[in-house]
Design a protein around this ligand. Structure first.
Ligand SMILES: [Zn+2]
Length: 130
């Protein structure tokens, strides 16, 4: 399921949505906050331009809403259902989860967003620009 060629691979590794050969992000670690959202302009393997149009990644905000809810629900289930914490602790754990995972949520949203518009292409994966 997480093999190269599946959308999930690109989404969870942040790799180029067309060739899956290279990371879209300049720094692989999302917790270097100053570089959390700095992306390469094009893929150095296949030449794909990531920003299809100006402010393309604003659309990722809609996705980040859904991804944020998913994290919040997970935090709720773990703290309330599994650990049986009080409602105050549950609230704190949800807010804490959203803050701690913010860089990951932002990147996941961008990866999901760009994968709506671009699809894996076998021929590009083999092609090397230089
Ligand atoms: Zn590529």
């Amino acid at each position: 399921m997480f093999k190269k060629g599946s959308k999930l691979y690109s989404i969870f590794t942040g790799s180029c949505p067309k060739c899956h050969e290279e990371s879209m992000f300049k720094n692989k670690n999302p917790y270097i906050l100053s570089e959390a959202l700095s992306m390469n302009e094009t893929c150095s393997n296949c030449g794909t331009k990531y920003k299809i149009e100006p402010s393309f990644f604003y659309g990722a905000m809609y996705v980040s809403y859904a991804v944020g809810i998913a994290f919040a629900v997970a935090a709720f289930v773990i703290s309330f259902v599994i650990l049986k914490a009080s409602i105050d602790i549950v609230f704190i754990s949800i807010v804490g989860t959203l803050i701690v995972f913010m860089p990951i949520i932002m990147r996941l949203s961008r990866n999901i967003w760009i994968n709506f518009f671009m699809h894996y292409d076998k021929t590009l994966a083999k092609k090397k620009l230089n």
